[in-house]
Design a protein around this ligand. Structure first.
Ligand SMILES: [Zn+2]
Length: 306
């Protein structure tokens, strides 16, 4: 095994180990109670029904269920994590026929190449920022990680360096991070850097007790979070099943944010997503996270840096 290969395996194992600490059912159930209420309350006071947009002729699931009409089709943003180290499934993910959000880890051999490739495909790019988990080996984090013991200045330096390393990034999401996303001091710094630069932060929700949403709201950033992990079980059939949950959630809530991974089982994730796209293409639109944030959260970046 080469050094690079070792990192590839460990990174993926690390991220999925944390991601997989919630079962799909737990993620959906806990989010269903907690997030639905939170999101409805923080759309800058705008009720969902007031969303503007062209009226779709395609009935949504809500109309079918008689819960009222929506003015636009439901939207799904698929984020794929752990790019940057030539991971398995990279080509298969990049060949999917929809707009994706590609989360790239900094300072790795293909960080810049993957970000450029995503940008050329028209995908959104996020910095997939390594952040300390509650448990798990430090080497799973990869280079440039934010750790709980760091000073304010050190945290800021890590975030700025990661943003400078990954071109085209329009936001950040967390790699691992179950410890750090529960730390208001550190999240305050990370989100302040986002705000200065006109970026936003997507909470991957590796920690049920994350403070990211609350801190984001306090400083005037959109409260964006993952609803469903696609590949907590690494088979294509499971991923396709998770895509059905994504569809249900999108039809009920008008949108859904979901996360999958490249890595050891990345080809399975890609195959499951491809099947799910076939199942869902007549009922939902697949969009990048930046459009979702602008449309659902009515967010307009106001960078304060010169
Ligand atoms: Zn990750």
């Amino acid at each position: 095994m080469t050094g690079g290969r070792t990192i590839a395996v460990l990174l993926s194992a690390g991220c999925l180990a944390i991601s997989g600490s919630y079962t799909a059912a737990e993620a959906v159930n806990s989010e269903g109670v907690q997030t639905t209420a939170g999101v409805v309350a923080d759309v800058n006071g705008q009720p969902k029904a007031s969303l503007n947009g062209p009226k779709s002729t395609v009935p949504t699931g809500n109309e079918a269920k008689g819960k009222g009409t929506r003015q636009t089709r439901s939207r799904v943003a698929i984020i794929i994590d752990d790019f940057g180290n030539g991971m398995k499934g990279t080509d298969e993910i990049f060949s999917l026929p929809i707009k994706l959000t590609v989360a790239v880890m900094p300072f790795l051999p293909t960080s810049q190449q993957d970000a450029k490739r995503a940008h050329e495909r028209g995908d959104d790019v996020l910095v997939h920022l390594p952040m300390e988990p509650k448990s798990g080996r430090p080497e799973w984090l990869g280079p440039g990680a934010v750790l709980a013991k760091m000073t304010d200045a050190e945290v800021r330096q890590k975030v700025e360096a990661a943003l400078e390393n990954v071109p085209y990034a329009i936001g950040i999401n967390n790699h691992m991070g179950s410890k750090v996303t529960g730390d208001p001091r550190i999240m305050g710094i990370i989100l302040a850097v986002c705000k200065e630069r006109g970026l936003f932060f997507v909470d991957s929700k590796t920690n049920y007790r994350s403070v990211v949403g609350q801190v984001a709201q306090e400083i005037g950033l959109p409260r964006v979070e993952n609803h469903i992990f696609l590949d907590d079980v690494h088979t294509a059939s499971h991923v396709r099943k998770q895509m059905r949950l994504v569809q249900e959630r999108a039809l009920n809530q008008h949108y859904c944010v979901t996360i999958g991974h490249v890595g050891v089982q990345g080809k399975n994730t890609a195959a499951g997503i491809r099947g799910g796209i076939e199942d869902m293409k007549n009922t939902v639109d697949f969009i990048g996270i930046s459009d979702l944030v602008k449309e659902e959260w009515k967010w307009a970046p106001k960078p304060t840096l010169p």
